[in-house]
Design a protein around this ligand. Structure first.
Ligand code: B12
Ligand code: SF4
Length: 434
């Protein structure tokens, strides 16, 4: 159900934040291999690559080619931070954790020929000092959406399978300054904003403050929140009033034993239906994140979950096969139990089985995951799940049909350089805004 569209959804803010911090005396180019081939002939002084687990192998190949030409390479990002020893072997330097706190030191050291092997600076404050993004480094036409904002960093919870459970992560939920945020939203010159935070409600009082600050902007917005949102109806009221159109929620499973087993204590399966009702009553759509393969899952988990999602008229589902990202509590547990069957990081994109499930075979888990996607997005179930609120029908059909069901056809249109135009059209049809 995923197509190349996923990699063209939006550009990397990881690199854009560093580019935006770089003093004018340097020339910066951001290259994205999803858009076009990398130009290895560029006479660069330094190449910085952002690395997630599923892109690690490719990142190391790119690093090798630049280093063979004598160009210094620094690697950073989530996989580097979780697996520094591995990443060190493939680079001149690595950055563990946030790059924004060390980037200027990196540049100074490069200038004096003293680039260090490791850069790592913890910042225990609850302020997240992301610079205002300078979008001049990105050609917006290449992406479906560029109206993306990071308002906070991290999450107060620590689910065993999430990168937030890694040791290097400082567990302090970090929030940006309100004036900076409002300024950045206004600079996007659109009334549609997508917050790409892990959890926009990591500090309820701060979220309420944020919503009070953006109310006058008359936005339509989307964001991701933890499943305990149902405990805060007054916050949901404010979300509706400020233009929230959809929420991505990590329900993960309807089995409480599985939730406890992976330390997802903030979720309670018995409260899900009330939460869904509260959200739907406020005409907000739900994108449910679902994970298959927990130790309490049996082969009936797929049909039980899809039936429940359809009965509750969940607008969209993003399903995952449980994946032990390196550095997480889950990775350590499965490794200790000798249940990891593949260390090919290319497979670590939540669409492959890389461990031995407890109560299923690997094939049962893989085929069940594919079955669940096909069932959930069958025309019959798309029809059954049509939202009650009339204003949700257009965005609902656009996502279900043109992103998921027939995404491969939409993807063909991207070849004609129409991606950003398609995004704008979808926004117009969904929310009647530019
Ligand atoms: C937005 C997002 C997406 C977007 C856009 C991706 C993009 N173009 O960047 C979309 C929806 C497309 C997406 C897709 C996927 N994503 Co994603 N995504 C995120 C998310 C929520 C935010 C990333 C972000 O922009 N953060 C804001 C920036 C400013 O922070 P940052 O990335 O941490 O960068 C800082 C530091 O890490 C460091 N740094 C980073 N890079 C570098 C490089 C250098 C040189 C230096 C010095 C420092 C440095 O400095 C930066 C500034 O301080 C993260 C979760 C998260 N909170 O990070 C998941 C996350 C990165 N995604 C993840 C995954 C698994 C995926 C998918 C595989 C999901 C799937 N099943 O399909 C796909 C992969 C697609 C692909 N391969 O291209 C995982 C990666 C797990 C891992 N261990 O690697 C994460 C961590 C989510 C999670 N909770 O598990 N994703
Ligand atoms: S609630 Fe979501 S973002 Fe927070 S730790 Fe759990 S999985 Fe990660």
């Amino acid at each position: 159900m995923d197509t190349d569209l996923k990699r063209l959804l939006s550009p990397s803010l990881s690199l854009l934040s560093l580019a935006s911090l770089t003093p004018n005396e340097y020339e910066v180019i951001i290259e994205d291999e999803n858009i076009k081939s990398i130009d290895y002939s560029e006479p660069a002084d330094l190449v910085g690559i952002t690395v997630n687990v599923d892109t690690a192998k490719r990142a190391y190949e790119i690093s090798k080619r630049f280093r063979e030409k004598g160009v210094k390479v620094i690697l950073g990002g989530i996989h580097v931070s979780a697996s520094p020893e591995e990443s060190k072997k493939h680079s001149d330097s690595i950055c563990i954790g946030e790059g924004i706190y060390v980037w200027n030191d990196v540049l100074k050291d490069l200038k004096t020929g003293n680039l260090k092997r490791i850069y790592c600076r913890k910042n225990n404050s609850e302020r997240y000092e992301l610079p205002t993004m300078n979008w001049e480094f990105i050609n917006r036409n290449n992406y479906l959406y560029t109206n993306i904002i990071t308002a906070s960093k991290g999450c107060p919870y620590c689910c065993d399978f999430c990168y937030n459970s890694c040791e290097y992560i400082d567990k302090q939920y970090k929030m940006r300054n309100m004036a900076d945020l409002v300024n950045e939203i206004e600079r996007h010159e659109t009334k549609h904003i997508m917050f790409i935070d892990d959890n926009l409600i990591g500090n309820i009082e701060w979220t309420k403050k944020l919503l009070r600050h953006i109310k006058h902007l008359n936005l339509s917005w989307n964001g991701a929140v933890s499943a305990n949102i149902g405990n805060h109806p007054e916050l949901l009221d404010m979300m509706k009033e400020t233009g929230c159109k959809s929420l991505f929620i990590g329900f993960e499973t309807i089995n409480n034993a599985s939730l406890m087993n992976v330390n997802k204590k903030q979720n309670r399966a018995e409260s899900y239906e009330k939460t869904i009702k509260e959200i739907h009553e406020r005409e907000i759509m739900i994108n449910a994140s679902i994970v298959f393969g927990f130790d309490n899952d049996h082969s009936n988990v797929f049909s039980q979950t899809v039936t429940w999602l359809v009965e509750n008229k969940i607008s969209t589902m993003t399903a995952h096969i449980l994946t032990p990202y390196p550095g997480t509590v889950l990775f350590k547990k499965l490794e200790k139990e000798k249940r990891i069957i593949s260390y090919d990081w290319n497979l670590y994109n939540t669409s492959n089985v890389v461990f031995k499930p407890r109560h299923m075979t690997e094939d049962e888990l893989y085929n069940g995951y594919i079955w669940a996607y096909n069932q959930f997005y069958s025309l019959q179930n798309i029809f059954k799940r049509i939202p009650d609120a009339k204003n949700q029908i257009a965005p609902y059909l656009l996502f279900n049909l043109f992103y998921r069901k027939y995404g491969k056809i939409t993807c063909q249109m991207t070849k004609f350089g129409l991606l950003n135009k398609i995004g704008k059209l979808a926004r117009k049809l969904s929310y009647n805004i530019n």
